[in-house]
Design a protein around this ligand. Structure first.
Ligand code: HEM
Length: 292
């Protein structure tokens, strides 16, 4: 089995940067892949950073067709759901997710990566993230309760042996801005109905509403994913960086369509308090796939 990029599963880091790039005009897709594969993570016994790298599905398909999952597609069209609610498509050509124990190393490595890729690609979107009260998102709820354990996560997030793209993963990266004033104006009991879990301890509500977030993303129905969401932003402008990995793109697509109410007109209650600003899918090749 080809080893997957280890940073996907590297929990517990306090600082994150997500960099999305567009290829420079006239540059071959293979040159971008080679440039990204040539990036090095600095490591000492005192620490280092994790680097996860991925590509627009069609770009990867063109460079390594034998190592690309069939049917994988970029986020090329807006998802329009109930009441005209829109999830914008903002696909870029490559992504780097850099995480580390403190922002100084993440900052340095991110700047070095942008410089190193200067000839092949330019930065198109940049987000820095940090944990909020250990494992809460900026709604104040615990995020990740239904995540698989690190033992289970590879089976859920990584393409299995002997399948095209083995050892790779599909990433949905989506930046959501929160309407914190509106959210905080709701009583906690209402917020709990919106999420479908208790705020203090994250216990799932027995009678959660059908439009609650956990009902709209029910993994028993839609398939399982591995989430590495992080808060992002400033005091006045902030939200959730949704970072979801799956071995199958269809699970992620189904969750977004369900949240937007595309098929049944029922919109996820959370979408009245948060809205996506970006949306991209990336193929995260195995280490062997990346460095061929
Ligand atoms: C503003 C953006 C979002 C916020 C603040 C948010 C927050 C949360 C919270 C607090 C939970 C409950 C605890 C847990 O199980 O983790 C949850 C569950 C979940 N979320 Fe989100 N989420 C967001 C966007 C998304 C998106 C875009 C997806 C999918 C594409 C998603 C997929 C899931 C899944 C699969 C679960 C677990 C559902 C289950 O119980 O099986 N979330 N989220």
């Amino acid at each position: 089995m080809a080893a997957s990029q280890a940073g996907i599963f590297a929990l517990g880091t306090a600082s994150h940067a997500y960099l999305e790039f567009d290829i420079n005009s006239g540059v071959e897709a293979a040159a971008l892949v080679a440039g990204v594969a040539g990036l090095r993570e600095p490591r000492t016994t005192m620490g280092g950073v994790n680097l996860v790298a991925g590509f627009r599905p069609e770009l990867w398909q063109a460079v390594a067709p034998a190592d690309a999952p069939p049917g994988l597609a970029g986020f090329d069209r807006d998802i329009v759901g109930a009441g005209g609610f829109k999830m914008p498509a903002t696909q870029h050509d490559a992504v780097l997710w850099i995480s580390g124990s403190a922002y100084d190393v993440v900052f340095d490595v991110a700047r070095q990566a942008i410089t190193a890729l200067n000839q092949v690609a330019r930065i198109a979107e940049e987000t820095s993230s940090w944990p909020y009260h250990h494992d809460r998102d900026l709604t104040g709820f615990i995020d990740g309760s239904e995540n698989p354990t690190l033992i289970e996560a590879p089976d859920i997030a990584v393409i299995p042996e002997a399948s095209p793209g083995e050892g790779g993963s599909i990433l949905l990266l989506q930046k959501w801005i929160h309407d914190s004033a509106e959210w905080e104006a709701q009583p906690v009991a209402r917020q709990e109905q919106v999420i479908g879990r208790r705020k203090l301890d994250g216990v799932e509500l027995e009678d959660k509403p059908a439009d609650s977030h956990v009902a709209r993303t029910d993994q028993d129905e839609l398939g399982k994913i591995f989430r590495r969401n992080m808060p992002f932003g400033t005091v006045t402008d902030h939200g959730t960086m949704f970072v979801g990995f799956s071995a199958e793109q269809s699970r992620l697509v189904a969750m977004l369509e369900s949240m937007a109410g595309v098929h049944d007109g029922v919109r996820d209650a959370l979408t009245y308090f948060a809205r996506p600003l970006t949306g991209s899918y990336y193929f995260i090749p195995s280490i062997r796939g990346l460095t061929r």
